[in-house]
Design a protein around this ligand. Sequence first.
Ligand SMILES: [Zn+2]
Length: 322
Amino acid sequence: MTPPLPPSRDAARRERVTRRRRRTVATAAACLSAAAMLLAGVGIFAGAGEDPSYAAEAPTAEASSTPSASPRPTSAATTEPAAPAFCTDDVTEAANAGVADALAEAAGGAEALREALVDGDASDCVDLADPTAQWALVNKRQSVDPIDYAPSVVVPATYSPVGGQLVPDAAGALDALAQGARDAGAGEIALSSGYRSYDDQATAYQSQVDALGAEEADLTSARPGYSEHQLGLAADVVACDAAGCGTIYDFGGTAQGAWVQENAWRYGWITRYVGEGTSETGYEPEPWHLRYVGTALAEAYVEGGYATWEDFLGAPAAADYE
Ligand SMILES: [Zn+2]
């Protein structure tokens, strides 16, 4: 038995395109007839067809010749289609694919996307909790969902003393970042820790609890199931030189750290935890913890001066576990 297939997305898009074409033809016809009426109303005007200023002023002549008409022409307002809903087929398709740059482009830019997220207009098609999406939000209020989610990951070309892994787009972006730092003369960057499974995170968190106590550990390490590292989209980086690599705690004070702070966004990375964000994220600053969000959103994030990914997405602060 084969269940009836739902209408395909392609069919829906074809229908939409057809409707749009019909509307365009109707609008063009209306414009032509309006232009003919205008010409008839003001009489023959030599060169009118070539004079853009005449065309711009023409509706005023029509309005003044019609006493009941409002001072401004209203025909445009009544025939113009209403502002389209944010979740068009194109936006929905890009959102389902999980690629942030493609979603920003479909949405008309990163700022337009952010505005729709903040206003709630994107909630029908953009899932902030989708662990496969490059914009996925994971924090102390939002666990990885499903909690044992495990993406397909690869080993980036960038040196990693522990064989760190990332999802493919983030791996490529880390390699580009490391090359950028090298080209700029800022030095070598290595991947200290990338993807961590639920079990890896349980081990990492427990070691922090053992060393610092639970309260302090929560400021520096996520509980299992609550780490961005489980998405394969987070990279803890360290600075290296001929003598070897430093620790994550050294990174902020290195030439590489300074370069990353200024330039990581160019490669699609943001510094996820900064000092101004602690009251919202519940984490102390981590200059070494980079989060991949794609270049479009990273640029908008930095240009907008945001301190937390929560704020950028219009999501509530998540300083504590619920
Ligand atoms: Zn990290």
